[in-house]
Every structure is written in structure tokens, then in C-alpha cells.
Design a protein around this ligand. Structure first.
Ligand SMILES: [Zn+2]
Length: 384
């Protein structure tokens, strides 16, 4: 479980199914109707984000996994296919198929996913997640992104770092419908963009080697793609590379503390948050997908413009008894208003009321989040 941080931000996402630019054919194994609805909700967001004329085939298993794991995803892969933009790198087959407008893997799935049935999931799609529950739609959105190729093939085996030496046994021996490939000690196309703080390409180091292991664990791994950088103010986004390598978390995510809960780029950090939802890949994730080769729906809006429209203010601020909210968000669109403390714990549920008595709150900094049909907007206030 990770700490919660809150920033003053707005997240908005509007799904327009009619502009769907890809199709997901999903085979559900062990999912209840409720769980399936949440899964489909996340798949629809990707169907509206990436562009492919080839349907993306997913098999999703709802089954018991080792404690502490929310879900795990195995993308099928292809390398050196005709027209591959970069040679000797693994592409997720969904991406390779999209790039070639061809089914390069007939009869095989593109993505095999296991979702832990022992987790206390929230199956709704409202974005308002009860305490102690994990939002299935958020986690599926994250996992499908790995399936689309947001994935490193890095591994650290007793101090020897490598690319392309992962084995089925490294992942609890989960069985996949497609044959687990021999990765031929080759990196993924995602790995191709990883650099050190000195701007050295990680896949330029000897593979496998002890040097590579030190590069994977020094908190100095960055993504060097033009689109991802443009989405990050011109700076290389930071990749998760903690001092101890954890397979499935290290290198294959955005850095946890750089993009904490509340940050629009939080989706692809390694840890899921209870009582939290994010139904938007975020600009850096979209940039990374573009860099590895995905065409992105040109009409996709990250809806930054709504930030201005859907602002609200809290007055008086600071206050010691009553607070009032003034907002441009239409009242019928408001689903809930919550007051959280610095730890991200919900202290007060204001329901849809635009005022609250805060006399009982301790002095300190609090955050109010308005969740509407389209947005979640957060502002800070001080109880004095
Ligand atoms: Zn992940």
C-alpha cells in the first residue's frame, strides 16, 4: 500500500464510443457480470485511445493470485516483422498488428491477463471508490496498457541485469494461451527508449551484465522519447527504478513518488491505491505509447481545457467553522463531494451539499474533491 498525496489538479475524461478507433475482443474467464462491466469500461477507454484496424484479442482470467498482486499481464510479442520501425526489439503483437494492419499472430491472443479474485474490488465505474476497495476499472486500464506494450523486459537475477531473459517461471508459472516466447536476450521497444541520468541508453550496456543490474537499481532511469518528453514539460519522464529490483514493478512503470496519487500521470506507477480511481491514461503514458509506435486517436482529448471550466473555490479559507463551495460545475453533474486529510483519508462526505460544518476537524490542511460525471477536481483549504 502506498502513501497518498494530493495535488490541486483536475482530471476529466469523456468517452465518445462513436469515435472508437480500435476494437477489443475479450474472452472472460471467471468474471462475474459486474466485474465484466468494469473491465469493459476500461477496455472502451483504450478502444477510444489507440488506433488499430486489427481487433485486439484479450483473454482475462479472474482467479486467485499470490497475495499482494492485483493483476498481471502478459503481452504476446513479435520482433523483426516486415515494417518493424526498430529492428531487434520486441513489440506487443497488438502494436505490431496495428503497425502492419495484419494479423501477425493468427490463432493467438495479443494479451493474457490474470486478475486477483482475492482482492476487495470495487466493480462500479463511477470513480467514487469506497474505503478499502480497489477500483477494478483503474487497475484494468493500467494492465491493458502493459498489454499494449508499456512493458520492459528487464530482469535482475542475483545482481546480473538483463533484457529479454524473462521466463514463464519468473511469473508464478502462470499459463498463457500463447507459447511463452524465447525472448532471445532482446529488449522491448519500450526498453529501447530507456536512458540513464547521463543519457546513456540502457540497452547499450552489455547484456547480461552486472553493470546493467546497477543501472536498473540506481533511481536514475528515464524515458527518452520525444512525445513522452513533450508531455512532461520537455524533460525525460522518470521511470521506477528503486534500489532493490522487483520483477514486474521495476523499470516497467513510471516512478511512484514523481507521479503520486492525484497526479494525472499516476496510472502507470507500480502501486495501486485503495479508494482511488483514475480513468485516464494521462499525457505521459500517451506520449510513451506514441514513442513506441502507437497511433493515437487524433480526436482524443486529455481535456486539459476543462481544468479552467470546472474550477471551484472554497470560502472562507482559512475557516474554523463553516465552509462554502462556489463552483461552475452544474449541480446535476455532481456525484459526490469529499473532504480528505493529508493522508488521503476521507474525513467527511459532503454528499452533494455545497457547504459543511468543519468545527469538529482538527486544525490543518484538507482537500475537497468534487466528483462529477466527467471530472474529479480537488482544492485545498485550511482549518484554523
Ligand atoms: Zn503495472
Amino acid at each position: 500500500m502506498k502513501k497518498h498525496y494530493l495535488l490541486i489538479i483536475a482530471l476529466c475524461y469523456t468517452i465518445n464510443i462513436s469515435s472508437q478507433t480500435a476494437t477489443f475482443n475479450i474472452t472472460y474467464v471467471g468474471f462475474t457480470a459486474q466485474a465484466q462491466t468494469a473491465y469493459q469500461f476500461a477496455a472502451d477507454i483504450w478502444a477510444n485511445t489507440v488506433v488499430s484496424t486489427v481487433p485486439i484479442k484479450v483473454t482475462a482470467h479472474f482467479t486467485a493470485l499470490v497475495p499482494g498482486t492485483l493483476a498481471i499481464t502478459f503481452p504476446n510479442g513479435r520482433k523483426n516483422f516486415a515494417g518493424a520501425p526498430i529492428a531487434d526489439k520486441w513489440y506487443a503483437t497488438s502494436l505490431a498488428n496495428s503497425l502492419t494492419s495484419t494479423v501477425l499472430n493468427p490463432g493467438e491472443e495479443d494479451v493474457e491477463m490474470y486478475v486477483n479474485s482475492n482482492i476487495n474490488w470495487y466493480f462500479g465505474t463511477s470513480g467514487t471508490v469506497p474505503a478499502g476497495q480497489y477500483d477494478l476499472a483503474t487497475i484494468i486500464l493500467h494492465e491493458l496498457c502493459h498489454g499494449l506494450g508499456f512493458l520492459s523486459l528487464a530482469k535482475d537475477s542475483t545482481g546480473i541485469g538483463s533484457f529479454g531473459m524473462l521466463r514463464n517461471a519468473d511469473f508464478y508459472n502462470l499459463v498463457t494461451a500463447f507459447p511463452w516466447p524465447n525472448l532471445d536476450t532482446l529488449p522491448s521497444v519500450f526498453d529501447n527508449f530507456l536512458v540513464s541520468n547521463l543519457n546513456q541508453k540502457l540497452d547499450s550496456f552489455p547484456n547480461p551484465s552486472t553493470t546493467l543490474a546497477t543501472k536498473f537499481t540506481n533511481n536514475n532511469v528515464f524515458f527518452n522519447g520525444a512525445n513522452a518528453m513533450a508531455a512532461n514539460g520537455g524533460v525525460n519522464p522518470r521511470i521506477y527504478a528503486p534500489g532493490t529490483f522487483t520483477l514486474g514493478s521495476s523499470i516497467t512503470h513510471l516512478n511512484e513518488s514523481t507521479y503520486p496519487a492525484g497526479n494525472p500521470n499516476e496510472l502507470m506507477t507500480p502501486n495501486g491505491n485503495p479508494a482511488y480511481s483514475l480513468h485516464n491514461p494521462g499525457p505521459i503514458c500517451i506520449g510513451i505509447l506514441k514513442d513506441i509506435g502507437w497511433n493515437i486517436n487524433p480526436s482524443l482529448k486529455i481535456n486539459e481545457e476543462n481544468k479552467e471550466i470546472n474550477k471551484f473555490s472554497i470560502y472562507p479559507n482559512p475557516s474554523n467553522n463553516q465552509i462554502y463551495i462556489s463552483t461552475t460545475i452544474a449541480k446535476e453533474k455532481i456525484k459526490s463531494i469529499e473532504v480528505k486529510n493529508m493522508l488521503g483519508e476521507t474525513i467527511l462526505n459532503m454528499d452533494k451539499k455545497l457547504n459543511a460544518d468543519i468545527t469538529s476537524l482538527e486544525r490543518g490542511i484538507y482537500f475537497i474533491t468534487i466528483i462529477s460525471n466527467e471530472c474529479s477536481v480537488t482544492e485545498k483549504f485550511i482549518k484554523d
